[in-house]
Unconditional design. Structure first.
Length: 505
């Protein structure tokens, strides 16, 4: 039930993300202003990573749950107040410092931008920087709520955030340009990721307090568990950073083009990976706390086989139908037919990153559930740093397509290494059944993708091409899952269909 809620919310968030990108494309296209808007998130995103704002649930839920079980509710409430107060104050201080130093930092990061483009990036950066207060502070509260099996704010927060950006673009972009989207991002971050959890905490009886105690022993224990997430580099995070940084050398509009393609690629990733991984962590953590390691490995293997198998199939559809998808979504206003061709080319390459991204998110939970944060951090950091020459080489040789290919290769390598490390250190999951799932899903994706590509080529307009191609893909893939797919894939599809039937009835 939780997985279904989070999968639905993540999918809805990605749909809203599409709508956000549609508005952005129509207003800004792939202009220098669009590049500046995306570049403005580089410093805030790095700040969010350094404060573990995007991973509070991973770091906080296991220790918070253990405090309640072993030391009682009062100790858990005190831990929550300490983490909440200390991290909020730290975020305020660092945000202020970065706001003041935005101009030299932007000049350092985006030296290839023209002076006007740098100045716009600085203005936009200063608008969106305070949004991190909402993400970090709200992230602590949401983690405590999820430990109480209250997931609706985790599901709703991204929806409100995306809705804020859309509203800012529709209401303000005509007069303010990219600044309208930036103000919408700030409002959405404060309303969704922050105020919704505060409201739910008050309604549920979760006691919130602000205790600033950076030297507190329990806060130190939390930092020790969060340190790998703060100090480590994940390919899932740095790939977008690399695209923004190296994209400035790939020509005008390359950063924007990569961003438009990425948001479409993230829809299957969110559906098959992010929601499943988020929902799986509490259950896997509970199995580990009960010393049921073998059962944890079996559960993790089943989750991996179902999610990665479906990810491969969905990636096949993405690659086959990239151009009509991009044309239908984006081609209007400032977004031209030439932009469609460029972004569709990038989307085809990004499609090959989908299975690796899904596997990375789920395999990581096999470590996090055991409170083993350092090993995946060290591995992820090593891979992220070792990949820099690959991004430089492919970016120089093939431009934006080379950067997308570097990301896909790095994701796949990192996922393979992480699964191997998980197997070696913790005895599972078994890799042979997962390899069989990948082979079956890959064959099915190729067959369904070929049918979709052929069917889409019989029409000219974007909508008929997408409808014909999608119908052909589904015609081959739906029975193909039951013929070529393994038990895990069939069970996953059957569960989805059963939920749909229950909702219809």
């Amino acid at each position: 039930m939780v997985a279904a809620l989070l999968a639905g919310s993540v999918l809805a968030s990605r749909v809203l993300g599409w709508a956000r990108e549609v508005v952005l494309a129509g207003k800004l296209g792939t202009t220098p202003e669009a590049d500046a808007y995306r570049a403005a998130f580089q410093i805030p995103d790095i700040l969010n990573h350094l404060l573990a704002g995007g991973a509070f649930a991973v770091a906080f839920i296991p220790i918070y749950s253990r405090f309640r079980e072993t030391r009682g509710d009062e100790a858990a409430t005190r831990l929550l107040a300490t983490v909440l107060g200390t991290m909020t104050l730290l975020t305020l201080i660092v945000t202020g410092v970065l706001w003041a130093w935005a101009e030299p930092l932007v000049a350092l990061l985006f030296g290839e931008f023209s002076p006007d483009k740098q100045a716009l990036t600085v203005r936009l950066t200063r608008i969106v920087l305070p949004a991190q207060i909402g993400f970090v502070t709200g992230g602590v509260i949401r983690a405590a709520l999820m430990a109480d099996d209250r997931f609706w704010t985790q599901a709703a927060g991204p929806l409100v955030y995306n809705a804020g950006i859309i509203a800012g673009g529709l209401l303000l972009a005509t007069e303010l340009g990219a600044e309208g989207f930036a103000w919408g991002a700030l409002a959405g971050a404060l309303l969704g990721p922050l105020l919704l959890p505060v409201f739910d905490a008050a309604h549920s009886g979760l006691r919130l307090g602000f205790r600033v105690a950076p030297l507190d022993r329990d806060f130190g224990a939390y930092l020790w568990r969060a340190a790998p997430l703060i100090l480590g580099l994940s390919v899932l995070t740095v790939d977008e950073w690399y695209d923004r940084y190296f994209g400035q050398f790939a020509g005008e509009g390359a950063i924007a083009q990569l961003g438009y393609a990425r948001i479409v690629m993230l829809v299957p990733v969110a559906f098959a990976g992010q929601a499943v991984a988020t929902a799986a962590l509490p259950a896997l953590s509970q199995l580990w706390s009960q010393r049921r390691g073998a059962e944890l490995n079996r559960a993790l293997l089943g989750t991996l086989r179902a999610a990665v198998g479906l990810a491969v199939v969905m990636a096949g559809a993405l690659v086959a139908l990239a151009e009509p998808v991009v044309e239908l979504l984006y081609q209007r206003g400032a977004f031209t037919a030439h932009d469609t061709v460029r972004v569709a080319s990038l989307l085809r390459v990004f499609g090959f990153a989908v299975p690796g991204m899904v596997a990375l998110q789920i395999a990581g939970r096999g470590f996090f559930a055991r409170e083993d944060m350092w090993r995946p951090m060290l591995l992820g950091t090593a891979v992220a740093l070792a990949a820099i020459p690959l991004y430089v080489w492919l970016g120089r040789a093939h431009g934006a397509e080379g950067l997308a290919a570097a990301g896909a290769l790095t994701m796949t390598a990192n996922a393979s290494l992480l699964l191997g490390l998980l197997r070696r250190v913790h005895g599972g999951p078994a890799l042979a059944p997962l390899a069989g799932t990948l082979a079956r899903a890959g064959l099915l994706a190729c067959l369904a993708g070929a049918a979709a590509h052929f069917a889409a080529g019989t029409a000219e307009a974007a909508l008929p091409r997408l409808l014909l191609g999608g119908a052909a893909f589904a015609t081959v893939a739906s029975p193909g899952i039951y013929v070529l797919g393994d038990e895990a894939m069939r069970e996953a599809v059957s569960r989805v269909l059963a939920r749909l039937r229950r909702r219809r009835d």
